[in-house]
Design a protein around this ligand. Structure first.
Ligand code: CP
Ligand code: NVA
Length: 305
């Protein structure tokens, strides 16, 4: 597999290999022993949307590995506007060793991968966020010791982050539950694909509209913004629908005593998550954000060596 566009493109063994590599690289980093495995390699980072974590963690990942990263802002590239995606892909393939792209429409990152001769990494689209899922799996692995049999409950919008989280849970044998407001489901084809994957791994997928039921006995409570990038015109409507899906202390008290709370960030405190929970004893928010660095180092080494 040349690219990293979706979780289902990878087998559970391949995902485990990347996670093991990430853990190994994290140990090296802790001992101040980064080995320059990607010396002289350069990653181009194309952004159509803002970012803190994805931008900085990929840049630092390349530096740790002895390589370099180029940040290309929306205004600079004008992906598919100033120039066709096919042309951008073929030109950039002659300059750098890999591309990471954050796009509005998922088909644009697919188009980039189709025409590029170098690995293309999806740094978030309107459909999914596989790099986030990889670091989430790493965080759950560290905090719970395993992914198999862990109960992961996502509370909120059936969005890009939910889709990739469901897919990695299905691949790795974790039980995934989502509670979303009616009308804010994950896309039906993604659900069907996830259910098929789950059948083969001993995982399960539950689709609920009741946040309390979803939180009950969960090992992991996960939430994300109610209004994703590109949805600002729906903000008013969404802010009316989503408040019963807030992850607050009352909801956390229904989960297992040692449950962890996760959020891909950026958080909208007082909306999908309260300060009390985000900064409370169950919160894994910052170790989770930190793990973007290590998970993506594993991914980059896997794709580029
Ligand atoms: N979680 C995440 O992808 O954060 P950024 O949008 O800041 O990259
Ligand atoms: N669902 C959010 C995730 C941000 C990292 C969005 O797409 O804006």
């Amino acid at each position: 597999m040349k690219d990293f566009l979706t979780i289902p493109d990878y087998s559970s063994q391949e995902l485990q290999t990347i996670l093991d590599l990430a853990l190994q690289l994290k140990e090296e980093w802790k001992k101040d022993g980064n080995i320059p495995r990607l010396q002289d390699k350069v990653l181009a980072m194309i952004f159509q949307k803002p970012s803190l974590r994805t931008r900085v963690s990929f840049d630092m990942a390349m530096r740790h590995l002895g390589g370099d990263a180029l940040y290309l802002s929306p205004a600079e590239i004008g992906l598919g506007e100033r120039e066709s995606i096919a042309d951008v892909a073929r030109v950039i393939s002659g300059y750098v060793d890999a591309v990471m792209a954050r796009v509005f429409e998922h088909r644009h990152v697919e188009e980039l991968a189709r025409w590029a001769s170098i690995p293309v990494i999806n740094g978030l689209s309107d459909y999914n966020h596989p790099c986030q899922a990889l670091s989430d799996a790493l965080t759950i692995l560290e905090k719970k010791g395993t992914l198999k049999g862990v109960h992961v409950s996502f509370i909120g919008d059936g969005n890009n982050v939910a889709v990739s989280l469901m897919q990695i849970c299905a691949k790795m044998g974790a039980h995934f539950t989502i509670a979303n407001p009616p009308g804010y489901d994950m896309p039906a084809p993604a659900i069907q694909e996830g259910q098929k994957i789950a059948e083969g791994s001993g995982a399960s997928i539950r689709l609920l509209h009741d946040p309390q039921k979803a939180a009950n006995n969960a090992d992991v409570l996960y939430t994300d913004t109610w209004i994703s990038m590109g949805q600002s015109e729906e903000a008013k409507k969404r802010r009316k629908v989503f408040p019963p899906f807030q992850v607050n202390q009352k909801l956390v008290s229904l989960a297992k005593e040692d449950a962890i709370v996760m959020h891909c960030l950026p958080a909208h405190r007082g909306e999908e998550i309260t300060d009390e929970v985000a900064d409370g004893p169950h919160s894994a928010l910052f170790p989770q954000a930190h793990n973007r660095l290590h998970a993506q180092k594993g991914l980059l080494v896997h794709l580029l060596t």
